[in-house]
Design a protein around this ligand. Structure first.
Ligand code: NAD
Length: 431
């Protein structure tokens, strides 16, 4: 099939490369010319494991192409996916300006019947707005659909190629049929595609993210209780995760969730609920708990040292999670600000996210390797559990640090081993 994907960020590029890998003819479009130049040269503008290989393989055989010319890409396509950003507006609502602008550009360029599909995460009712924008400028017939994306950064290629489910929302049977046909290549079993009405599809994405974030905030709050009463959150996690009604995934306490989606989508969901005068008390509490959690590691250091003035604090891991260079809403950024405001000198290391952190102009000094960050540090904090940071050489750390204080913000180090080596060890909700 001939496909255009508008937006070549984490979602758009994975989608475009993924569909081309199944034999489709895909044009990826971005308004950012420098991105398109890089992509034409075989460079992926962000870190996502497996994506450069997928992009290069399909680009080399001409099935995957890149352009900043929306009109040309749309005119040559029967399916057009909108995968542009939907950042938080000032009031927490999703900023739809990129989506609606893309819809206008698409509408002006249709050359025949086209299905226009929103893959960006958008509030309930957006498909109707996209339809209105298209109708105002289009001279050819079209249908709209919603196909929210559930990929995880860091494992996005795998998620796209082997999705747990595909959600399609549409009220147009032609759109449903085209999308079923497109996904037939990707899905091994047809029961993985769920076709529903537009509004339910739009809401399913928010419901999924809100549920995942709820599990994290729930465990983070219980971890705080463990710290207070002397329980072990890891034991509790295993205890409840063994119950098939609960399941073991997404139950890890930590330094709070970050990333480009959970916080933004929760705020947008709350905004929608507010507009319709519906109270989402649970979802509101999830966000509040996460804001508290992002301050936990800094508060812990403040309590331990009394004052952080003149203290050198090393941070390991700055991306919002391992295997990505995405730092949007990363807990590390909040921690850097908190420590800096308290008078500490902050030194950071991350295997891939440092250029993005440097671009924020924040107060952390960034260094080229993990042990250099720990040099002369009064405390070392693990914020993001990259593989290379999960099993440190404690003896080496002991010799390079000024004070032997470890804060394990992801509960991945062994408290027994760290203490045996003479460290003061703090985890999250574990003794
Ligand atoms: P991103 O910010 O990485 O990329 C968006 C891209 O769209 C940018 O390259 C931008 O230049 C481009 N763009 C903006 N307006 C354009 C236009 N009119 N024409 C062409 N290109 C345009 O965004 P992302 O992280 O890929 O997220 C995209 C959407 O997918 C968001 O709604 C997000 O919530 C959703 N989503 C993201 C993830 C994720 O893990 N990142 C997962 C699922 C869903």
């Amino acid at each position: 099939m001939k496909i255009a994907v508008i937006g070549t960020g984490y979602v758009g590029l994975v989608t475009g490369a993924g569909f081309s890998d199944f034999g489709n003819d895909v044009m990826c479009v971005d308004i950012d010319e420098s991105r398109i130049t890089k992509l034409r040269n075989g460079e992926v503008p962000f870190y996502e494991p497996g994506l450069p290989e997928l992009v290069r393989r399909n680009a080399a055989i001409g099935r995957l192409r890149f352009t900043s010319n929306t009109a040309e890409a749309v005119a040559n396509s029967e399916l057009v996916f909108i995968a542009v950003g939907t950042p938080s507006g000032e009031d927490g609502s999703a900023d739809l300006s990129y989506v609606l602008e893309a819809a206008k550009q698409i509408g002006q360029s249709l050359s025949g019947f086209t299905v226009v599909i929103t893959k960006s995460t958008v509030p309930v009712g957006t498909a109707d707005r996209v339809r209105e924008v298209l109708a105002a400028v289009a001279s050819k017939p079209f249908a709209v659909a919603s196909n929210p994306e559930f990929l995880k950064e860091g494992d996005a290629v795998n998620d796209f190629l082997k999705p747990a489910r595909v959600i399609v929302g549409t009220d147009d049977p032609r759109a449903a049929e085209r999308l079923r046909e497109l996904y037939r290549g990707v899905l091994r079993t047809s029961d993985r595609i769920q076709v529903m009405d537009l509004r339910s599809a739009e809401l399913t994405k928010y419901a999924a993210n809100a549920m995942l974030a709820t599990r994290i905030s729930f465990m983070n709050e219980l971890a705080r209780l463990c710290d207070a009463v002397g329980g072990d959150i890891d034991a509790i996690r295993k205890g409840i995760g063994a119950d098939p009604r609960i399941g073991p995934k997404f139950l890890f306490a930590g330094a709070g969730f970050g990333g480009s989606c959970f916080g933004k989508d929760i705020r947008a969901l709350l905004h929608t609920a507010d507009q319709y005068d519906v109270q989402l008390g649970v979802v509101g509490a999830v966000e509040a708990a996460n804001e508290r959690q992002k301050r936990l590691l800094g508060d812990l250091l403040l309590r331990h040292f009394g004052s952080l003035r003149g203290k050198r604090i090393a941070l390991w891991g700055l991306a919002f999670k391992p295997e990505t260079d995405d730092i949007r809403e990363s807990p590390a950024l909040a921690l850097i600000e908190q420590l800096h405001d308290a008078g500490a000198e902050v030194v950071g290391y991350d295997p891939v996210a440092m250029p993005n952190v440097a671009a924020t102009g924040g107060p952390a000094t960034l260094v080229a390797n993990a042990y250099e960050a720990a040099l002369g540090a009064d405390a070392l904090v693990l914020v993001t559990e990259w593989h290379e940071l999960r099993a440190p050489d404690f003896s080496r750390l002991k010799t390079v640090m000024r004070q032997p204080v470890l804060v394990d913000g992801r509960n991945v180090w062994s408290p027994t081993e760290a203490r045996a080596k003479g460290f003061t060890y703090f985890g999250i909700g574990r003794p």
